[in-house]
Every structure is written in structure tokens, then in C-alpha cells.
Design a protein around this ligand. Structure first.
Ligand SMILES: NC(=O)C1=CN([C@@H]2O[C@H](COP(=O)(O)OP(=O)(O)OC[C@H]3O[C@@H](n4cnc5c(N)ncnc54)[C@H](OP(=O)(O)O)[C@@H]3O)[C@@H](O)[C@H]2O)C=CC1
Ligand SMILES: Nc1c(N[C@@H]2O[C@H](COP(=O)(O)O)[C@@H](O)[C@H]2O)[nH]c(=O)[nH]c1=O
Length: 592
């Protein structure tokens, strides 16, 4: 997928000079870093949004020996793929990484792949935006004797800054999310030349051209969710699906205070993707029951407003959200400061109408000097329309203001790092993300015939077990597909979709065995990976809670109302491991 609208033109034919800190580098370095940024974005629209990693390995003579990019969260790291592609040519070569590897599970996969392959230099576009990961891989590579040049630190100039910006742009969702504690939010609308998003009647199909609407499908494919307001839903009966030929479908979210919504609607058809309705506490209980009967999730807020909703979806792990609402909700979202970027499609047509709606409602501004200026504005012609995009909030500065735990300890060894008594974990990139079922740690478990099968993650194994022993071909096919699913998210989607569509194919004892299935898988994972075992044991004394706000069985819920079975199982395992392996009983899994 082309990234031109995000990256803008970057020339690679520029000759650089040595910097004032006396590091030599070449235009080639910058062109390979940009290449790493470009390829890191290749899976956008095909998989759930995730941090984008790309790696290019170039030999001493400047030839590209191998490349790789992270396809989905939990799949092989970019660096491992690039090393595999380059083979022996890695010896003495340079690795170009658009972003410092996360290596979030302490297994240093990316780092050890580069070290073991004989790479002698690494050029890093940006440090990892998450504070608990920032600097770890750079430090680890340096300690293994590699020369590591970080753009903006070890290499500085105007053109280095441009290449660095390409690396920032390709991971904007992660960067904004880390800095603002809400998902990266993009507002998109289509308006006529006279500034209307619909006719006075409310009719809006269509303002922008087919080409522009195809572009919107791409934007949707890059998002975790699409949001509309209740009125857009009532007026347009939208589908909000991504019809761009990719594999990824964003969740649909409707924000409605009144819940005065139609019973017949495209958004209640969950055959392709789910819908979540967020509303005010206590709104139309009977309609909430109707939605529940359709399988639509309803989340109540004390006071429904964009900031609380965005904080909620941040906690639920969402990286990026596309707002496709009308002017009323848009004004509220802009006022609450949750919108980061704007995409405005302007169509060369005039509709007029005193009461025809415009893209942004009341913001309470009375003088033009109060207008919000967009930053880094881009103009691009898309078919007959003009696409104007820009940022409402500047790209956050990655420089940490608060020293990391390591740095503080180095300055003052008397400082004892704060040890919270509750450890929350959820997304795999969180500090204790390795506790999640979705963490990329394959396990081997026996199947029905006692043959050992490799599952790419605990989640793969868990989802497949729902259909174990069912002779129906759909169930068998689902197990096979889950086995091959490229990421835990894909495995979860397949398992849940089949369970929803064919509840009769779920094994009859599932409710009574699912905890045991999870326990056995976790036991295997924490037995065969020593660093995970140490991580688990290091939490002794703390309560472990899966911070899933919506999964009230495995997770702790939003306000502690969840049963937290995942946390409980981990604590049970921890005490078994602490009480010696004999108490832990026999493991049914194989070491990998
Ligand atoms: N051309 C384009 O790009 C687009 C055009 N449109 C057009 O815009 C028109 C609809 O615009 P508009 O009425 O502004 O629709 P919105 O999408 O802004 O919906 C407004 C509704 O959002 C809900 N809402 C929930 N929380 C809030 C909050 N905190 N602040 C504000 N609203 C909240 C309310 O729903 P409830 O009343 O249920 O409580 C409210 O009535 C339609 O004609 C549609 O075709 C819409 C989207 C894009
Ligand atoms: N009218 C209009 C848009 N409107 C947006 O698209 C939604 C309909 O999406 P779907 O049902 O999936 O095709 C609609 O509710 C509104 O949010 N978008 C555009 O790119 N161009 C247009 O001219």
C-alpha cells in the first residue's frame, strides 16, 4: 500500500557530510533507513494495526542482502526475517531499522538475531516510543560490540532529520498513543466546495468521488475502529466496512446518548465485523437488551464524552481510530482534544443550503485569530477531489522528561524502584505484556491422538480447543485455519467468529474445560521459556490482573468487576513454581 500521503516526498540522492560529532555516514544510510520505514508499513490494512518494524541489511559494498517487516503482532520480527533472507551475507553488514526493536518479552529475539548473524553496525531511525522499552535494544546491541547510530543522536543534519521524520510518520499511532494516553485519532470528512457535508435534507451520498471513497477504505483498513455519532447512523445507515481488498476490518463504534437508534440497521449485521455502542448510563434499557440479543456490545459511561470514550478504548488496547461522524460529534471531539490528524476531501461541487450541515459544529470561537491551524499540511489531488490533510497536534517529542528506572538507579543507587502491589498487563507491548495469551511464544501441546502440535501462541491453542473432537468439517477446517493463523489476533477472530456463527460446533463441555485448557497452555509457556518463568516469579507478592475492560471472565473489567481468571491462573502457576517443580505436577508440553 502506498504511503505517499503520509510520508511525502523524500529524496535519497543527497550527499551528506560527516557531522560535528565526527561520525561518517552516507546518503546510502538514509535511503536504506527510509526503505526500512517504507517496508515496515507493508502489512497496513491487512492485519490489525500494530507497531511497524522494518529491517534492511546491506553489505559493506552497499548491496541489499535481505529485508523483512513485521507482518502482524506476534509474528516473526523484522530483524529475524531480514537476517534469514541475508544468510551468510550478514557478516560485517549493516542493519537499518526504522525503529528500535521492542524486544518486549526479554527474549531479545531481534537483538540476538542481529548479533548472532554477525552484523557489525546498526542504524536506528527512532528509539522505541514506549518508555519501558526505549533504549533497551540500543544498549543491548552496543554491549555486544555493534556500532549503533541513532538518527538525531549520532547522526545529525537537515537530511538526517527528514529521514528520521519518515520513521516517525510510519509509527505515528504508537507515538501519539504513548504521549497522549488515547488512541491516535484521525478525523475524516468529505465536503463540497461550499463547505457542506450533506444537503439541507441530510442526504450525503455521495459528495466525494469513487477514488476518494476507495482511499477512505484504505484509511479504515489502517484503523482499529471507526466512530460515528447517533445522528449519522440514523441518517445514513452506514456500513463502515473497509472494502479495500485487505484482510483487516475495523470494529464499528456508535456514540449515542439517547439510544434512539433504528432496530433495522447495517451496523447490527455482525456477519463481517462487530459493532460496539457507547452510551450514557441507564439509557433505554429495553433497547440495550435488543442490542445484546443481536450480539452488539453496549458500554455505558456516566457522562458520554469523546475523551472518556477514547481513554476507554486506549485501555482496551486500541492504537488508532477513524472518526467519520457529522459536525456535532466532531466539534465535541475536537473540543476535548482527542483528534490528532484531519483528512478533508474537498469535492468541486456546490450544494448551497442555509441549514446544510458543515464538518465541524460549535467550537465557541468568535474571532478568526482563535482558529486552529493545521501543522504539516499536505495537498493531494485524488481523482476530481482535493485531499487536504494535516495535524491538529504536533508530533510528540520522544525525548523522555522523566528518567527511566535504569537511568534513575544509575544516578542514585539508593532509589528503590516503586513496586506496585497490583500488576496490570494486557497488550503484548505493555511492561508485563508477556503474560498475555497473545504474546508471541509458541507452545507444543499434545492433540487428541497424543501427537505434539506447535501452536504459535497460547491464544491459538485456546481458540482451537473450542472445536476439538467435533467431527463436522467446518469445525475441523476452523482448527486447521487457527493453527495456521499468522497472528494471535487472527486466531482469536476465527475462533470467536465460528463460535458466533456456529454455536452448535463448540464442544459441549467447553464451559467446564476452558479454564483447564488455558491453565495447561500457560503452564507449558511458563515452563519452557526461562525468562518468562523468571518474570512471573519476579512478581511474587503482587496481584496479577489482566486489564481487559471488556472481557469479564478472563479479564479484570473496567472497575474491577471482571473475574480475572487469567490473572488468577498466572498467580496459581506462580505459587506452584515457587513451591518447587514437584508441586507443579507433570507438564504435558514439550520444550521447543
Ligand atoms: N460528508 C461526510 O463526510 C459526512 C456527512 N455526514 C452527514 O452529517 C449529518 C449528520 O451530522 P450530525 O447530526 O452532526 O451527526 P453526528 O455524527 O455528529 O451525530 C451526532 C450525535 O452523536 C451523538 N453523541 C454522543 N455523544 C456526543 C457528544 N458528546 N457530543 C455530541 N454528540 C454526541 C448524539 O447521538 P444521539 O442523538 O443518538 O444521542 C448526537 O445526536 C448527516 O446528514 C450525514 O449524512 C456524516 C458523517 C460524515
Ligand atoms: N458522504 C460521504 C461520506 N460519508 C461517510 O461515510 C459513511 C458511509 O459509509 P459506508 O456505508 O461504509 O459506505 C457515512 O455514514 C459517513 O460517515 N464519506 C465519504 O468519504 N464521502 C462522502 O461523500
Amino acid at each position: 500500500m502506498a504511503l505517499t500521503f503520509a510520508l511525502g516526498p523524500y529524496s535519497s540522492s543527497v550527499i551528506c557530510r560527516a557531522t560535528n560529532i565526527n561520525k561518517h555516514y552516507h546518503a546510502q544510510d538514509l535511503s536504506y533507513i527510509r526503505r526500512a520505514a517504507d517496508i515496515s508499513d507493508k502489512s497496513a490494512g491487512f492485519t490489525f494495526p500494530h507497531p511497524n518494524f522494518g529491517c534492511v541489511i546491506a553489505t559493506r559494498s552497499g548491496e541489499v542482502a535481505g529485508e523483512g517487516y513485521l507482518y502482524a503482532q506476534g509474528t516473526k520480527p523484522a530483524e529475524v526475517l531480514a537476517v534469514e533472507a541475508a544468510g551468510e551475507r550478514c557478516r560485517g553488514a549493516t542493519a537499518y531499522l526504522n525503529m528500535e526493536p521492542g524486544d518486549c518479552h526479554g527474549d531479545h529475539t531481534a537483538v540476538s538475531a542481529l548479533v548472532q548473524a554477525g552484523i557489525t553496525r546498526a542504524v536506528v531511525g527512532i528509539r522505541h516510543p514506549l518508555q519501558h522499552l526505549r533504549g533497551n535494544a540500543v544498549r543491548a546491541l552496543r554491549s555486544q560490540g555493534l556500532q549503533v547510530d541513532v538518527l538525531g543522536e549520532d547522526m545529525r543534519s537537515k537530511i538526517v532529520e527528514e529521514a528520521r521524520k519518515a520513521c516517525l510518520l510510519v509509527n505515528l499511532p504508537l507515538i501519539y498513543r504513548a504521549a497522549s494516553r488515547v488512541p491516535f485519532s484521525v478525523l475524516k470528512y468529505a465536503m463540497t466546495l461550499d463547505g457542506k457535508i450533506a444537503a439541507s435534507s441530510g442526504h450525503a451520498a455521495w459528495i466525494s468521488s469513487k477514488l476518494s471513497r476507495n482511499r477512505v477504505f484504505e484509511l479504515r483498513g489502517r484503523s482499529d475502529a471507526i466512530i460515528v455519532g447517533g445522528n449519522t447512523m440514523r441518517r445514513d445507515d452506514p456500513r463502515l466496512t473497509a472494502r479495500h481488498g485487505g484482510g483487516h476490518m475495523p470494529i464499528r463504534i456508535v456514540m449515542s446518548k439517547t439510544l434512539d437508534l433504528p432496530k433495522e440497521a447495517n451496523l447490527w449485521d455482525l456477519s463481517e465485523v462487530s459493532t460496539i455502542v457507547v452510551t450514557q448510563r441507564g439509557a433505554r434499557r429495553s433497547f440495550q437488551r435488543f442490542l445484546a440479543s443481536k450480539g452488539v456490545e453496549v458500554v455505558e459511561f456516566d457522562i458520554l464524552n469523546p475523551r472518556d470514550v477514547m481513554e476507554y478504548f486506549h485501555d482496551r488496547g486500541y492504537l488508532s481510530i477513524l472518526w467519520e461522524c457529522g459536525g456535532t460529534l466532531t466539534a465535541s471531539a475536537i473540543s476535548s482534544g482527542v483528534i490528532h490528524k484531519v483528512f478533508a476531501f474537498v469535492a468541486p461541487k456546490i450544494i448551497g443550503g442555509k441549514n446544510a450541515p458543515s464538518p465541524v459544529g460549535e467550537l465557541g470561537m468568535v474571532e478568526m485569530s482563535q482558529a486552529l491551524d493545521l501543522i504539516d499540511v499536505c495537498f493531494e489531488q485524488v481523482g476530481s477531489d482535493m485531499l487536504i490533510s494535516g495535524f491538529l497536534q504536533p508530533i510528540p517529542d520522544l525525548t523522555p522528561t522523566v528518567p527511566s528506572e535504569d537511568e534513575t538507579f544509575a544516578i542514585d543507587p539508593t532509589v528503590i524502584p516503586f513496586e506496585p502491589s497490583i500488576i496490570f498487563f494486557y497488550k503484548t507491548w505493555d511492561p508485563y505484556g508477556a503474560f498475555s495469551n497473545f504474546s508471541p511464544h509458541p507452545i507444543q501441546m499434545p492433540d487428541e491422538d497424543d501427537n505434539y502440535v506447535t501452536w504459535s501462541s497460547v491464544e491459538h491453542y485456546y481458540q482451537a480447543n473450542k472445536f476439538l473432537g467435533i467431527s463436522d468439517p467446518i469445525a475441523q477446517d476452523c482448527i486447521e485455519k487457527i493453527k495456521l493463523a499468522k497472528s494471535p489476533e487472527e486466531a482469536a477472530r476465527m475462533g470467536r467468529l465460528t463460535q458466533r456463527r456456529h454455536p452448535n460446533l463448540v464442544r459441549s463441555d467447553w464451559e467446564s474445560v476452558k479454564i483447564d485448557v488455558m491453565y495447561r497452555a500457560l503452564k507449558c509457556k511458563f515452563s519452557i521459556y526461562p525468562h518468562l518463568n523468571s518474570m512471573l516469579l519476579s512478581t511474587a507478592g503482587s496481584v496479577l490482573v489482566e486489564a481487559s475492560p471488556h472481557d469479564l471472565f478472563w479479564g479484570g473489567g473496567r472497575e474491577g468487576e471482571g473475574l480475572n481468571y487469567l490473572g488468577r491462573l498466572l498467580m496459581q502457576l506462580r505459587s506452584e513454581f515457587l513451591g518447587e517443580s514437584s508441586a507443579a505436577g507433570e507438564s504435558t508440553c514439550l520444550a521447543l
